[in-house]
Structures are given as structure tokens and as C-alpha cells.
Write a protein that binds this ligand. Sequence first.
Ligand code: ADP
Ligand code: ZN
Length: 759
Amino acid sequence: MPLAHASSEDTHPAPDRDGGRISVLLPVPVGAAFDYHAVPGLDLAPGDYVRVPLGGREVIGMVWDAPKAECVVAAKPIRLRDVIERFDLRPLGAIHRRFIEWVASYTMTPLGAVLRMTLNSPQALAPPKSVTAFAPVAGWLPPQGFRMTPARTRVLGMLAGGPPLAMAELTREATTGAGVVHGLKNAGALMTIDMAPPAPFAAPDWRRKGVRLSPRQAKAARALCQRVAEPVADQGGDGDGEHAAGFSVTLLEGVTGSGKTEVYLEAVAAAVAQGRQVLVLLPEIALTAQWLERFRARFGVAPAQWHSDLGSRQRRLSWRAVADGKAQVVVGARSALYLPFRDLGLIIIDEEHDGSFKQEDGVLYNARDMAVVRARLGEIPAILVSATPSLESVTNVRDGRYRHLHLPDRHGGAELPAIHLVDMRTDLPPAGCWLSPTLRGALEHTLGARQQAMLFLNRRGYAPLTLCRGCGHRLKCPNCTAWLVEHRFQDRLACHHCDYTLSLPESCPHCSATEAWAACGPGVERLAEEVTALFPEIRLEIMASDTLAGPDAAARLVGRVERHEIDVLIGTQIMAKGHHFPLLTLVGVVDADLGLAGGDLRATERTYQLLAQVAGRAGRGREPGEVFLQTYDPGHQVMQALASGDREAFLGAEVKARQDAGMPPFGRLAAVILSSAHEDEVDRWARALARAAPRVSGLAVLGPAPAPLSFLRGRHRRRFLVKGGRQMRLQPTLKSWLGAIKLPRSVRLQVDIDPYSFL
Ligand code: ADP
Ligand code: ZN
């Protein structure tokens, strides 16, 4: 990560209040703040949330303090429009404002588009609604004819000497209905009062005892707590960093099951003990049921959550509690990084190597990298956690930029599973099947011993390709360069790149043959069919993003595996992460080569990480685990490294390959993607861009070439790759190159700094 150009805190002047002129940044894709008029008495400060008019509508924005030059709007309105209102909320801190600017500048995204990631819960700006509570009226005596029933007595008894209670709580505690309470109120026995709403998140109890750490774990935990508790001098400023712990990044590396989570929860406890907030970023937040359970076991309460599956009420509560500092620990997906923390003191990025931290639409950013930036700006520690750290982080450790803690063994003496390679060239499955005799034998053995197995295939649906036996016609997406994937359970074919779906046609649209469709290749559904045919009596479930209807369904499924209500779990990569199933002793990887195709920069690294992670599900309990990788290329360095457990050898080879090619992390990369609905148009503009390509020494512009998905969601795509040295900043060069060409509206330009997806 290029951390050198982080702007230092609060070097910007205060907003210009001359004549009531004030800069307001709006959550729209514009790169500058707008000027408004602040009516006297509104007393606005940078970071204040305000409502302002924009055209014919009203929008919520933020008072901004960026340098004047960046704030001037091209066409100055003759008369500035008034700020309508200021919300009664703590202003967003200077650190967060500088963070928004940093992300915008680094990702080459308009400032307003980055602000939108913070201002994404406008309902949360209104103060939380007060609740009506009931209290007894002192000295009340039942009037003539008013019968003191047992229920009425219980209600009054409940309230006597205690705090006022809201209706729901009161009726629950007194085991009665609302009618009884209203009756008492009408008789003058109770009065209503407005109370502040209860805090939605109870404070985590950091004093509770965690598990007894092994000496090695305890040593790592101590080192982390030290990072958290290292106070530096008072920072002053506007409140974000009163007792900043100091910036540091620590990579916590440890094999699957070594207790990394238990160890970093100690650092969480340390930060909470200091009264500061903690953010834990997890990939695949939908699958964190087990993580939440462990948090609850450690701290007695649930943390606040933040991810796209939250309902709007929950979003509002979480956002507001984070802003008010009432949510001390937030666990979330990458977007949680933009929550308006009041006093963030620690960031943990679990499974830091995971590709899903890269956001691939809207603002293109890598949440792991931006979390490190956020930590640096806030002068707080960041902890990166992984069993298979990214080459970026490994390199940062080697170069002395990151600290390193290592847990080399599984907790409680559990052994890492033995990994076997199955050579699919000789160990052939029967025709139309996908499991080799070796893996079938292992399955039989495991199920016979009443243990659990997991089969991994990173392909949703029934079959990745459907073709006509008569003429060879293949069913493909009309909007993308992609085959349609059959989903038999849902009885449809679907494109995995856009939302196009189709029912399987009766006859081939090309040769009119009927009943001639042939499914080619396996998906998880087809694999389930094969396993069911082999072992009709076993209990089997599929775990894939399209077979689970959200986090609750995922949590239920995980619970069933834990209770041994399932014998075989078949799934895609969402199954690979985090889960701890003590009875699971066999992992079969059906197509270990799958991720290696495609020539992606990180294909090898990613395959290694994914397979190591899947393998790590096996043998976490008392029984040892075994892993079978089915491959057509057992000599491949990834397969060899996995089988021998020699991660260092693998890393060495991968480092050398990247170094030789000048690829990240030893060089910098940006992708520029041009797209249009018309192929000739995109080609014309790609040529124009190519002619204007910068000629700077040490920088190479490759392309234009059709992007691997050259047709996506109805648009033709051409791609440039820009490659520069490690110390080079690509953004200024990109800016002057791309800024010099005025594209028509029908041509879209996307810049992806540090690209992860090479589609
Ligand atoms: P990792 O995050 O490295 O995969 P976890 O923290 O999930 O490892 O630990 C794996 C399992 O071992 C979990 O069930 C965890 O509760 C348990 N565990 C780890 N360390 C200890 C310990 N010191 N005492 C008791 N249980 C532990
Ligand atoms: Zn499509």
C-alpha cells in the first residue's frame, strides 16, 4: 500500500464563512463541494450534516472544509441558496473527512460518490424516537367500584419502586395485556412519560474471561494488546483521536484452527476497555453466525452488525449507534469502513487475503487496503488476520512495514489434515460422474465411521453449459459473453453475470430437435445427484449463495451441520470460510484446477488460498482430517505446495514470478475499461485513447484488448492495463491522459486502481 501520500490531519482551513458562504459536499458523483448560504444563527462547522436544496429536490450533505481551490463550483450561482437545516448530530470527525478525500483521490472517484458511502442511511439522522413509558401516580387510591384484579395488582406491583416501563416490557413482565394497563391509566393510577429509547447495543463486557490461551496464543494476544494500549500524546483536534494508540499494522498469521479469532478478541477487549470503538471486517458477512456466537460467548452481548442484508430499521439503529459512539464493536462487510465512527480505536480485517474485500462496482476500492489507510489517518492499530496472507501483506512484513505474529499449530493438538492429490488422468470417474474411485472410497469410509464430509466445487447450479446433441448449439446469454448455467432446482437457466434467466426451451432454437439438451460439466446440484445415487440413505445439503435465502438460512444450515443432522455438505466457496465443524473429517475438492484457468494475475495465489482454506475445514476436532484434491495437473506448483504443506516454497516461486513480471506487489497496476452498447463505437474510442496514451518512462500502457468478458450486460468492453513501478503513482498520469479526451455519454469509462478482477 502506498501510504506515503496520506494527508496529515487538519491542515485544511476552516470553512469560509464570509458572507455566510459555506461549502457543502453532496452525495452525488461530483468531485467538489457546492457553495451554499448559511443563514445566521445556524452555526455550521465542518462535518455537520445538513439538508440543502439541489435543483428541485432536497438532499442531505455535509459541511466541508476542503481547500478552497477544490471547492469552487464551475458556474457560480448568482445567489447562493440557503442551507435548510442542520441535523442535531455530532459532526463527522476530521479524520473521517480526510479519509473520504483520500479514498476519492486514490480510487479516482468523485468525492461526492465516496461521501455517499457514509451518508447511506439518511433516516438515521433524525433523532431516535422517544418511547412512552408508564409510571405509577403517587398516592393513588382505587375509586369506588374499581376492582383490583390480580392482573392490575401485578402491574402496579411491577412499577412500584422501579423505573417506568414501556408497554411491551410492562405487559411481558406482568404477564398481562395492554387493556389492563390502559384501564389503570384511565382510572388515574398510571401516568405516561416520554423516555429516551433504550440503547440498541449493550456494552460488551470486556472483563469476562475468554478461553484459556495457550502460551503461544497468549504471547500473540499480549503483543496485540500492547499495540492497542500504547497511548501517545493527546492529539487535540476535533475529538476523533483524543488518546490515539498510534498507527501500526500487524499481520496475525496462523494455520486454520490455530485460535487466531480467540487471540484477536483479546485485542478487541483491550480497545473496549479503553472505551474506544472497534471495527471487525469479515468477508461473506452472511455467514458469520458462528463468529457472532463466539463474540457473544466472550463478551456477553452481540456486536452491532453492518452489511447489505440488514433491514432498514437495523441499518438505522446501527448507523446511529456508531455515530453516537453507543455501538462499541461493529462487525461488518467492507462497507462498514465508511460508518461514521465517533472514536474508532482498532480495525481488524479477518481473512485479509480474501478477494471479496475488493468492491467491484460503484467506488472500486479494496477494503483491506483502505482500512490500513483509515488506521493510519486515525493513528490507530490495524490487525490483518489470515491463514494464507496475501502476497501484498507478506511482502509488507518482509520489508518491515508490518509486524508479524505467527501461530504455527492448531489448537488443542489437532493435526492439520493430510492432503492427497488424486490424478484424474488415471483415477477416472465412471462416465457422466465426477468423483474418482479414490474419493468415493474415502467418502464411504468416512460415512461408515459416522463422520461428516464436505465436497467442494466452486460452481453454482447443475451444469455450466447446456448444448443440443443434434447440432451442438449452446445456450448462451444474449447480454454477455457467457453460457447460461442450468439451475435444476429452480427449473431455469441463468446468466451468472447479469440477471437474464430462461426456462429450458422445448426444442433447440437452432435445429428444432426436441429432447436433445445435454448438460455439460458439473455444478454443485449435479454433484449432489451423484452422491445421493451412491449413498441414498445419507443426509445431504447444498451450500451455495443461491440456495441460501440469506444469513438466517445460512445460520440454520450451519447449526444443522454442527448438530450432525447432515452427513455430507456440498458447496461453493461460501462454505470454505470460518466454519468450525468438529466432526468433519473428510474434504473432497472436486475440481482443484478450476480457479487456475484464465490467466488472472492472482489465479495461482487465489487457488492456493482457497484450497488451503477449504482443506482447513477437515479434522478440526478430535479425529484427524483427510483432504483429496482431484486434479488433472498434479505437478502444478499449487498442488505440490498444498500436498507437501510447503507454503514457503510456494511463496518463493510466486514472489519470483511477480517480481520478474513487475506485477503487484512489486509494481503497480490500473485497469481502464471502456464500454459501449455499440462495438464500433467502443473500438473507435479505444483507438483514440490509445493514440493519446501517456509516454512516461517506467510506465507501460497495454491494450486496448477486448476484456475477457468482452460483452457484459449488453455492453462491449475494451480494456487497457497500465503498469508502473512500485514507487510510482499512476493516478496523476491517468488523470491527465483520460481527462484530455471528451467521451460521448454513450461511452462509459471505468478506472480500476489495483484491479483484482480481470474480467
Ligand atoms: P482460527 O481463527 O485460527 O481458525 P479459531 O480461533 O477459530 O482459529 O479456533 C479454532 C477452534 O479452537 C475454535 O472453536 C476455538 O474456540 C478453539 N480454541 C482456540 N484456542 C483455544 C483455547 N486456547 N482454548 C479453548 N479453545 C480454543
Ligand atoms: Zn448475461
